[in-house]
Design a protein around this ligand. Structure first.
Ligand code: ADP
Length: 469
């Protein structure tokens, strides 16, 4: 049995309690994650607070450490990817891509210069400068769907900006983050990077700690609201990446043969367990029957299996709660008159397998359409007038991503610009430019992650105004 300790103040620490993590494809044990006690959490935050000032003063060593972190991740890429696959379920070639993305993210920030200061005035009377200062201790709370890249997008800019970090991975997939912590133990000075693990209460205590100045979080809207409210006492800064209910609009001139495969992956990558997955598909009525049939055909021949099997296209859902949620949404949709064109039933056996499921005959007012499914379900809804489709797409509390599919790039982009979403695509969905700030509109989040804006989130501005005589 492998046990994964915590990283606190530069040392690996065992815990009194360990939580077993099961492989969602077969129910077998993957390993045990140390659960941080209250005292260990306190120690981690205090260690971060102690280490931060010296770290903030050493810009060159910050860049060198991030570069070294990228090298360590590349050296251990196979081990990291395999562990993500075993605890999360996604096929190995995708988790290899995730780990490569982690290394690239570290390297990207290692190559960024320090935030430049701006001089507003410099003459005989005054020197007025705007400088960026780190916030201090940052708490990073991450989810289970793409565990390491979502951590890297927080860790790299936060540390580069001169903060110290306490990270807490999801209780469903803590092992890959704890392994990363073990690998990076000697890369950063003691206390600069700390990793604690445990369920929501550990996250809640961490987020409420008065020494924590910034909370960077990816997860559910419900938890995001709690963190936002809980941060009010200390006016904590927050970056929230929350859920989505992305709409894709297929216009009458779309190239049907060309779009089936990218639509399929836009909806079902990671079995739909992605905040930016296509979760509602609005299709012009002239293409509707043909596209539903083509997607159902593609879905029906999907190879489900263990993520370590090279043939596998989609793995299991990551946990039982998610599987049960998907089953409940489909049962409710059926009761509301839905037609199921593929899938629609979990696979027998110990794993949490649910095949990609194409659904029609339902629209707004049914939970499978209105709510974020976070599973392999895609409702397909016909429209006649594109204005109507735009209105339906925007009639949501969510505003994360959206896409338009058309042979006419100009018209597609004009419609994309009218969709209420932080990321809008034309003839694709999911591809995110490395320099792009990702952020949700409406209930999908607060602030931006990635890009220059994402980096600035981890700093405060100070204006230094010097009188000269
Ligand atoms: P999901 O439903 O996708 O697991 P959550 O928002 O519940 O999404 O979880 C995302 C992360 O937030 C996980 O690391 C989880 O442990 C943590 N978490 C859950 N509840 C709280 C809370 N009340 N305060 C802080 N963190 C929390």
């Amino acid at each position: 049995m492998s046990r994964y300790p915590l990283l606190i103040d530069g040392a690996l620490q065992d815990a009194e309690h360990y939580d077993e993590v099961l492989d969602p494809a077969n129910g077998q044990s993957v390993g045990e994650a140390a659960r941080a006690s209250q005292a260990q959490l306190e120690q981690a935050v205090q260690a971060a607070a102690r280490a931060q000032p010296a770290w903030a003063a050493a810009a060159d060593s910050r860049r060198a450490a991030l570069r070294q972190a990228a090298a360590v991740v590349r050296e251990h890429a196979a081990e990291l990817a395999e562990l993500i696959t075993r605890e999360q379920g996604r096929p190995l070639h995708f988790t290899q891509g995730e780990v490569a993305g982690v290394a690239a993210t570290f390297e990207h920030y290692a190559g960024l210069p320090q935030a430049p200061e701006q001089v507003l005035r410099d003459d005989g009377e005054r020197l007025v400068r705007i400088v960026q200062r780190p916030l201090g201790v940052v708490a990073a709370i991450t989810p289970w769907n793409v565990p390491l890249i979502l951590l890297a997008l927080k860790l790299a800019p936060a540390l580069h900006a001169g903060n110290a970090l306490v990270a807490k991975p999801s209780e469903h997939t803590p092992l890959s983050t704890l392994l990363l912590a073990r690998l990076l133990k000697d890369v950063f000075p003691a206390g600069v990077l700390n990793v604690v693990a445990g369920a929501g209460e550990v996250g809640e205590r961490l987020a409420r700690h008065p020494r924590v100045r910034h909370i960077t979080f990816t997860g559910s809207v419900a938890t995001g609201k709690r963190l936002y409210a809980g941060g009010a006492d200390d006016f904590k800064r927050l970056t929230l990446e929350l859920g989505g209910n992305d709409a894709a609009l297929v216009l009458e001139d779309a190239d049907l043969d060309a779009i089936v495969e990218p639509l399929f992956w836009g909806a079902f990558w990671n079995s739909g367990q992605v905040c930016f997955a296509i979760k509602r598909l609005y299709v012009h009525e002239s293409l509707f029957e043909r596209l539903v049939a083509a997607l159902a055909e593609r879905a029906g021949r999907t190879r489900l299996g263990h993520g370590l099997d090279a043939q596998t296209e989609l793995g299991p859902l990551t946990n039982r709660q998610q599987l049960e949620r998907v089953e409940a949404l489909v049962a409710d949709a059926r009761a509301n008159g839905a037609r199921i064109h593929s899938g629609g039933q979990r696979l027998e056996g110990p794993g949490h397998f649910y095949p990609p499921t194409i659904v029609s005959g339902i629209g707004a007012g049914v939970a499978l359409v209105d709510e974020e499914q976070f599973g392999p379900l895609l409702p397909v809804i016909p429209f006649r007038d594109v204005e109507d489709a735009i209105a339906q797409a925007n009639a949501s509390h969510y505003g994360l991503g959206a896409s338009v599919w058309s042979r006419d790039e100009t018209r597609g982009a004009a419609i994309a610009a009218r969709l209420e979403a932080g990321l809008a695509w034309v003839n694709q969905h999911l591809d995110i430019h490395p320099g792009a700030p990702k952020g949700g509109h409406k209930w999908s989040g607060l602030g931006y992650e990635g890009g220059q804006r994402g980096y600035e989130a981890f700093s405060e501005l100070q204006v230094i105004n010097v009188a000269r005589r």
